[in-house]
Design a protein. Structure first.
Length: 416
C-alpha cells in the first residue's frame, strides 16, 4: 500500500490557500460552492465557467461578498494559469476532458488541484484517464503542490470505504463498487441526474474488470449483469459493469492483501439502457464533431443540450441513492468476512439542504471536505493522490456531519 509522506507545501501556495476557484458552475459545482460558503476560513471563491451567465446567476443567488464570477474556458491553460495565480486551490467540477489542462495550469500558477472524476481507466483515443493524471505525481511533488483525484461519491467515498475495510482485514480479496437508486422523475419524460455527457461516455466505454492480477475489458452494457440487493428503501436492482476509476486505483494501491477481484457495477434503468443502445447505433454518442450544413456539431453535446440540466432537477426527482463497496476477505481471526460499506441519502434531504438533487450532492460534498481538511493542515502532503491513499478516518468522521451518513452491513462466518 502506498501511504502519503508529509513533505509540506511551497510557501507561495500557503499564502493564498484561503482563496479558491470552483471551475465549473453546473450541478456539482453548485454543491461545492454552497459547501465552501459554510467554511468560515474561506476568504474568496472565484466561480468560473465557460458560461459566464450561469456563473453570475449562482453568485447573484448566493448574495455572499466572497463570491466572484469569472468567464473561463478550462481548456485555455494560459488564461486559467493567470487566474489561478490569485488562488490556492482549484476544485475542477467541469468535464474530465480538461483535467490535464487544469493540472498544467496549477503547476504554472502554484495552485493545489482537486477533481471529482477522470474520463475513466480505459485507454481510448482522446480520453484523459486516471493513469494519465497519476503520471503528474513527480511534477506536483517537485512543485510542493497537492492534487487529489476523484474525490466525489464514486470515485471518492467508495475509495475511502475500501481503505477503511482494508485496514480492518487480514486479507481483502474482493472489492465491488455498487451504485444504485430508486429515483422517480416527475414532470420529465427522461432525465440524467448528473452530467449527461459524462454519463453517456462512461456507460458506453468497455467496462474494466480486475481479475486475478490482470485488468480485462468487457462489452458495454452486457458485462457483469446481476441482481443486487441494496439496503431499504432502494431495494433490489439490476446492475452491470461500467468503466470506473476505482477498478484501476484500488488494485494499484490496496492490492497487497490478496486482492483478486475489483469491479464497478451501476444500476441503469431499462429505459436508459435502451436509449444508450439507440444513441450508439446511430452515432449520437460520438463526441467528435460532424458537419451539419455550415455548422460543425458534436452529436453527444446535442443530445446533452436537449436533456434537462442536472442543476434544474432538484424539484423533479424523488427517491434515494445508495453508493458503496462490497468487500470480501478474512478478519484478524482468519474468519471469512463479507461487508457492504455505503452511504445513502434522499433527494428530499439534498433538496432541503442545498436545493439540489442527491446525485450531485453526493458528488460535490467530498470535495468540500477535502478543502476543509487542507485548510486545517490535515493533508499537508505534495504529489498526486487517489482517495484510498489517505487515512480514511478524517473522512469517516466528517461525511455524516455533511449529510452523507455511513453504514456497514456485515456477515462473519464462524465455525460452530
Amino acid at each position: 500500500m502506498v501511504v502519503p509522506k508529509t513533505t509540506g507545501w511551497n510557501d507561495r501556495v500557503q499564502q493564498k490557500l484561503r482563496r479558491i476557484m470552483v471551475l465549473g458552475a453546473g450541478g456539482v459545482g453548485e454543491v461545492v460552492i454552497k459547501g465552501l460558503l459554510r467554511l468560515k476560513a474561506v476568504e474568496r471563491i472565484c466561480v468560473a465557467d465557460i458560461d459566464e451567465k450561469r456563473a453570475r446567476e449562482l453568485v447573484d443567488r448566493a448574495r455572499d461578498p466572497r463570491l466572484v464570477p469569472l468567464h473561463m474556458d478550462a481548456g485555455n491553460v494560459a488564461a486559467l494559469s493567470a487566474a489561478l495565480r490569485e488562488c490556492g486551490i482549484v476544485v475542477h467540477a467541469g468535464l474530465p476532458r480538461n483535467n490535464l489542462h487544469v493540472m498544467q495550469a496549477c503547476l504554472q500558477a502554484s495552485c493545489h488541484y482537486i477533481d471529482m472524476a477522470s474520463d475513466g481507466p480505459v485507454d481510448m483515443p482522446g480520453l484523459v484517464t486516471i493513469q494519465d493524471q497519476l503520471g503528474y505525481d513527480d511534477s506536483f511533488k517537485a512543485s510542493g503542490l497537492l492534487a487529489i483525484l476523484g474525490i466525489g461519491s464514486d470515485p471518492g467515498v467508495t475509495n475511502i470505504l475500501a481503505r477503511y475495510a482494508y485496514e480492518r482485514l487480514q486479507r481483502m480479496e474482493s472489492v465491488v463498487v455498487y451504485d444504485g437508486d430508486n429515483s422517480v422523475v416527475k414532470n420529465q419524460a427522461f432525465a440524467i441526474a448528473f452530467s449527461p455527457e459524462i454519463s453517456i461516455e462512461e456507460n458506453l466505454q468497455p467496462p474494466l474488470v480486475y481479475d486475478r492480477g490482470r485488468w480485462v475489458t468487457g462489452i458495454p452494457l452486457e458485462t457483469g449483469i446481476e441482481q443486487f440487493e441494496f439496503p431499504s428503501p432502494v431495494g433490489t436492482l439490476t446492475v452491470r459493469s461500467v468503466a470506473h476509476e476505482e477498478v484501476h486505483t484500488i488494485p494499484r494501491f490496496l492490492g497487497d492483501k490478496g486482492l483478486y477481484q475489483c469491479e464497478f457495477k451501476y444500476a441503469l434503468s431499462q429505459q436508459y439502457v435502451d436509449i444508450l443502445k439507440g444513441l450508439r447505433l446511430i452515432g449520437l454518442d460520438r463526441e467528435d464533431p460532424v458537419q451539419v450544413g455550415d455548422v460543425s456539431v458534436s452529436p453527444r453535446k446535442v443530445v446533452a443540450s436537449l436533456l434537462p440540466k442536472p442543476a434544474s432537477l432538484a424539484d423533479s426527482l424523488e427517491g434515494t441513492s445508495c453508493v458503496g463497496v462490497q468487500v470480501k476477505g478474512l478478519d484478524d481471526q482468519n474468519r471469512p468476512v463479507e461487508m457492504f460499506l455505503y452511504t445513502m441519502q434522499s433527494h428530499e434531504f439534498s433538496r432541503k439542504d442545498m436545493g439540489v438533487n442527491v446525485t450531485v450532492f453526493q458528488a460535490g460534498i467530498p470535495a468540500v471536505i477535502a478543502v476543509e481538511l487542507m485548510l486545517e493542515g490535515m493533508l499537508d502532503v505534495a504529489g498526486v493522490y487517489s482517495p484510498e491513499q489517505f487515512d480514511p478516518q478524517p473522512w469517516i468522521d466528517r461525511l455524516p456531519r455533511w449529510g452523507m451518513p455511513l453504514y456497514v452491513r456485515k456477515t462473519v462466518t464462524e465455525v460452530l
